[in-house]
Design a protein around this ligand. Structure first.
Ligand SMILES: Cc1cc2nc3c(=O)[nH]c(=O)nc-3n(C[C@H](O)[C@H](O)[C@H](O)COP(=O)(O)OP(=O)(O)OC[C@H]3O[C@@H](n4cnc5c(N)ncnc54)[C@H](O)[C@@H]3O)c2cc1C
Length: 543
């Protein structure tokens, strides 16, 4: 056992290991990167997290760095759940619902709780967390918080940050803080504290005051965005401050979350679902804009290439639902309004619109028929699950988002890009947000394909940025998209992100190499030579 592992094992209640096979297991997440950690800690209590952070801080003060990467279930597609120091694996022990008050729709959870299990529990209380990611069955709730995850219901209900009320966070030096909105007066009290927490509040207050004008707009006109740090929602006009929105989406780079208090939403499983077929992308784009005004609970899409792929690899998904020749685009449109009357009214308006623009549409309120229609969209998982020879679908450009009115242009630009690279393409995703998922088939064992990864990423992200978009709608920056952050926001805002990181993590202990100060050349060295998500093989994923 290494010295670090030995010290930690002596002082923590949870298990610590430096075994080669465990380190190998945690050397990958769902990204194309691999980094082998030195030690794995399975914390049993907040005190374990605190002591580990304190230990790393004290080492850093003496000039020795051992970084900490908090980890849920490792479904991160940008390489944010791997690191070369200590991996802190939460799902083993810190995986409980601590409180659930269904009358107030309020709950407090530990970080390693499985999101799917939590959702099931909430549904038995007539509640749910709407911004669930498609990966909910095999990911954790705080993985979603740390990534500010979103999903098929986000068009109506928003993203994870809208449901997080407060957090308990272990700071880089091992101090514990509780976040939540505080008044100007309470802020003054915090700023007077002679602790690291006090230092953080003082420095953040000064940063926000000094850059008030710069922060008056973030310049991105997109429906959701996980790129960078959310420094826009910390301070309200009344002077109140909340660090919660900053920690949400910060990917374990500013603090380690040990508890999250969330607010759930009423769950209505009785919905109206449309599947609308289009022979023209422009028409589909126009309909998306019109439908957004009706506030659907989902507005999803798949393209003809995805349908062709399904037809070849998983034809039962399409049987009796779509026939050849396949439409260019299928939209899935769902309304979950509480009253039947409201759903019927919206269904009437939708049908009217579709009669003018779609070639065909189906509508149903029957649960079984709805399950069949959803197969079209969930069938996209087949892409990530099936190889084409030695080629695998790689998550390298899988989450760009552009202004909603540019959806049709975005789809056409993706087609052009793939044509230029001689690659096959399939598109699916959140049409209502113009947040599209694509995963090119490449073989990481081939030098040529490894080089193509970086060229394709550059071309794609430059295209998204030029369209006024963000490199990530919901999957976050991780390592993968971190080099593009200065281009997404410009150098001044990027500098603020660097300052935020410096304030919270002066010794660069918390998940370094994620989000901030990452260059493409750093990524070339950690690129895997094979790609798989074997740690998820218990599940057939939804994406
Ligand atoms: C097939 C597939 C489909 C997906 N679909 C979606 C989707 O629809 N929407 C979406 O948003 N994402 C999606 N994702 C990405 C990912 O699954 C989600 O973001 C998920 O919420 C991450 O949870 P996790 O438990 O796997 O976290 P991990 O991958 O383990 O970690 C994610 C990040 O959270 C940080 N973290 C974990 N625990 C803590 C903690 N206690 N304190 C601080 N930081 C912490 C990690 O350091 C890391 O930066 C998908 C991924 C896959 C593979």
């Amino acid at each position: 056992m290494s010295k670090v592992a030995g010290y930690l094992q002596e002082h923590l209640i949870g298990e610590v290991t430096a075994s080669a096979d465990v380190r190998e297991h945690f050397s990958t997440d769902s990204s194309v990167f691999k980094i082998t950690p030195q030690v794995i800690v399975y914390p049993r209590a907040e005190s374990d997290v605190r002591k580990t952070a304190r230990f790393a801080w004290q080492l850093a003060e003496r000039g020795r760095s051992i970084p900490i990467t908090a980890r849920g279930l490792g479904t991160d597609q940008g390489g944010a759940a791997i690191g070369d120091g200590i991996i802190m694996a939460f799902p083993a022990h810190m995986n409980k619902i601590l409180t659930l008050d269904s009358s107030k729709s309020s709950l407090t959870v530990q970080p390693g709780l499985n999101y799917g299990k939590l959702q099931q529990t909430l549904q038995t209380h007539g509640l749910f967390l709407p911004p669930f990611p498609a990966s909910l069955e095999y990911s954790t709730i705080v993985g979603a918080v740390a990534n500010n995850a979103a999903g098929e219901k986000s068009i109506k209900y928003g993203v994870t940050k809208d449901y997080v009320k407060s957090l308990r966070v272990v700071l880089a030096n091992g101090e514990v803080i509780k976040t939540g909105r505080i008044t100007k007066r309470e802020l003054n009290h915090k700023m007077g504290l002679a602790t690291f927490e006090g230092e953080v509040y003082r420095a953040m207050d000064a940063l926000l005051k000094d850059n008030k004008d710069l922060l008056s707009t973030n310049g991105l006109n997109v429906a959701k965005n996980t790129a960078g740090y959310n420094i826009w929602d910390i301070k309200n006009k009344d002077g109140s401050v909340d660090l919660t929105p900053l920690f949400v989406g910060s990917q374990g780079t500013l603090g380690i979350i040990t508890e999250a208090t969330l607010e759930a939403e009423s769950y209505n499983p009785k919905t109206t679902l449309f599947a609308a077929f289009f022979d023209d992308i422009l028409k589909a784009g126009h309909v998306v804009l019109k439908l957004r005004e009706l506030l659907p609970s989902s507005l999803e899409m798949v393209d003809s290439h995805l349908l062709n792929f399904l037809d070849q690899h998983n034809p039962s998904q399409l049987k009796g639902i779509v026939s050849k020749p396949f439409p260019k685009v299928i939209l899935l449109i769902e309304f979950d309004d509480v009253t039947k009357r409201s759903q019927q009214k919206k269904a009437k308006n939708t049908a009217k619109l579709l009669k003018n623009f779609a070639t065909e549409f189906k509508v149903t309120s029957n649960l079984h028929e709805q399950e069949d229609l959803w197969k079209i969209r969930y069938g996209a998982a087949t892409v990530t699950w099936q190889n084409i020879g030695t080629k695998k679908a790689l998550p390298i450009i899988e989450d760009g988002i552009v202004p909603v009115e540019k959806l049709a242009d975005y789809i056409n630009n993706i087609y052009k890009l793939f044509e230029n690279y001689g690659l096959e393409v399939a598109i699916w995703g959140h049409a209502g947000a113009a947040n599209l998922h694509i995963q090119p088939f490449l073989d990481l064992a081939q030098v040529g394909d490894r080089q193509r990864v970086f060229k394709l990423m550059d071309s794609y992200y430059q295209m998204v940025i030029a369209m006024g978009g963000s490199t990530s709608g919901e999957h976050n920056d991780g390592r993968l998209r971190a080099p593009y952050l200065p281009s997404v926001y410009g150098p001044k805002i990027y500098e603020l992100f660097q300052k935020v990181k410096q304030i919270f993590d002066p010794y660069d202990i918390l998940n370094p190499g994620v989000k901030i100060d990452v260059e493409t050349k750093d990524l070339q060295n950690i690129m895997r030579h094979e790609y798989s998500v074997s740690h998820l093989y218990d599940h057939m994923p939804r994406i």
